[in-house]
Design a protein around this ligand. Structure first.
Ligand code: KIV
Length: 267
């Protein structure tokens, strides 16, 4: 049976049918193709790209052009997938018109299906404007890596009653503004569960427990490409770093020992 192309409406339907939504980050064409072939429903070209593929220390230095370059590669690798471009720090916070133009580049140039923006009440008018312009939006609340310098690091959000109430109010405001989904990052499971029950748009959690409508993971965590530690919210499904290390080491050995190439690899 031919697989139908997912749209923003598909995700609303999945929430209504209590079918979990699966999202993972992707940064290049082969990674996107493999994730899509495995049945991942949304590919996020996360601004985590800054650390996972580009060697920056955090997400802040990532430029719009770097993000678009990778988003276009993800689209080429997975032509039928639902692809979300994650707008980098300062590509949407300065000026409404510039933000709409920049968001539009994900749609027009990188052929994304939607954009994702981190923020609270201050970006609600922008979300409304983007949706009215025709650009589907996923909001992102809770731990917001673009705010680590004001937050004082990577901290679980929504631990107090006031913070939990603020998060719920933000998600409701995004729902009203037309966002079609929201990412909840690193918030207590009970708070995420309550938000999920109180809004009609799908919630996609990372470090937000099992009651959200979907889950998102950073592919490097899931594949075991990050060797320093496994974040609490992540599960390592394989140790790709070890597999790659062994493959490269074997290659080095075989070239040094003149075991590669053989007749089979020669013309
Ligand atoms: O950039 C990213 O990878 C993200 C996910 C953690 C949701 O925003």
């Amino acid at each position: 049976m031919e697989k139908r192309k997912l749209t923003v409406a598909s995700f609303r339907k999945m929430k209504n049918n209590q079918e979990k939504i699966v999202m993972v980050t992707a940064y290049d064409a082969p990674g996107a193709a493999i994730a899509a072939a495995a049945g991942v429903e949304m590919l996020l070209v996360g601004d985590s790209l800054a650390m996972t593929a580009l060697g920056y220390e955090n997400t802040l230095p990532l430029t719009l052009d770097e993000s678009l370059h990778h988003a276009a590669a993800v689209r080429r690798g997975a032509p039928d997938a639902f692809v979300v471009g994650d707008m980098p720090f300062l590509s949407y916070q300065l000026d409404m018109n510039e933000a709409v133009r920049n968001a539009g580049r994900y749609i027009k140039e990188a052929r994304c299906d939607a954009v994702k923006l981190e923020g609270g009440m201050e970006i609600v008018p922008l979300v409304e404007k983007l949706v009215l312009t025709g650009i589907p939006v996923i909001a992102h609340v809770g731990l917001m890596p673009q705010h680590i310098q004001t937050a004082g690091g990577y901290r679980v959000a929504g631990k107090t009653e006031d913070e939990a109430a603020r998060l719920l109010a933000e998600v409701k405001a995004f729902e009203k503004a037309g966002a079609f989904a929201v990412v909840l990052e690193c918030i207590p499971a009970a708070v995420a569960g309550k938000i999920t029950q109180e809004v009609s748009i799908p919630t996609i959690g990372i470090g937000a427990g099992s009651a959200t409508d979907g889950q998102v993971q950073v592919c490097n965590d899931l594949l075991g490409l990050f060797d320093r530690f496994v974040p609490k919210h992540a599960k390592r499904y394989c140790n790709l770093r070890e597999i790659m290390l062994k493959a490269y080491s074997d290659y080095v050995c075989e070239v040094k020992n003149q075991q590669f190439p053989t007749q089979d690899n020669s013309f």
